[in-house]
Design a protein around this ligand. Sequence first.
Ligand code: XIL
Length: 342
Amino acid sequence: AQSIPSLKDTFKNDFGIGTALNNGQIEERDPAMTQLIVSQFNMATPENVMKSALIHPKWDTYDFVVPDKLVAFGKKHNIKINGHTLVWHSQLPSFIRGVHSKDSIQTFFNDHIKTVAGRYKDNIFSWDVVNEALNEDGTLRKTVFLDYLGEGYIAEAFRLTQQAAPNVELYYNDYNNEQPAKRAGCIELIKKVQASGARIDGVGIQGHWHVGKVPFKDIEESILQYAALGLKVMFTELDIEVLPRNFQGADVNQRMASNPSLNPYTAGLPDDVQKQLAADYEALFKLFLKHKDKVTRVTLWGVNDANSWLNGWPVRGRTNYPLLFDRNNQPKPAFYSVVALK
Ligand code: XIL
């Protein structure tokens, strides 16, 4: 048996440590993976299975099979579940494309929140109620919800979730909302929810960053500004990608899909990049610890490098190394640099 330190134990007096989970992990198909999850993490977010396309595939049909298993997994292993996500413009059910009236969108919106949040009201810890509602300049993203329901849909989503699941924590979640313009929009959004009388408990900063370019100053400023609104601050989908999106130009990134030899790191991560990754993770966790009275959870977007979405996004065929465990479930230098902070 391997004896590696545990992230959740290391930071037990500081903040929760989460991971994203998919079907195979929820169904415990691989004992080594299960062992790693339960020893390292005390919180989890479903990477896909609670998104509306999957949990609400037809107008009148919900599919709770895997989400129910997730909830049971959490209960069995003492892992708190963060529901992800009730209102998002992406991974919507395909039937939404055929819905073109305000009344029908409103009905979908109300039924979806009531049914999904209601089902898990006693056995999940929190919801990402609204996900990615903002543009980079801080204005509201044009979505089917904004189009048909107007900007009040955001506060309404919080009100409806609170009604359906009064004891569950409610969050707004987004990426790049540590960047000043988007952060300003995010603060405005939060203030409007608060002014409406609906409850909002926290804000999630996804944290999909790039090695050597983690925006530490903006992150720290964001922790302070969001906490000043009375909210918990969470890092909800942390990964630090080693491949620049535009490696040798976007063109090459696209062509990587059909020609993996264009991928610079198929054979492994060079030492200097591995070191930089460890330094970035170390500096990030140092910052989280400095503000542990404000930061309540840090969730990695996947358990090991093999199951990271960044291997396949924005194009297939990339080999990426953004997490703390390698493809053999072994801790990487970044893991040890983080654990050594305590
Ligand atoms: C991603 C998943 O990781 C992928 O498996 C899926 O194909 C697309 O969605 N922001 C979010 C997450 O809020 O839900 C996204 O997850 C990543 C970006």
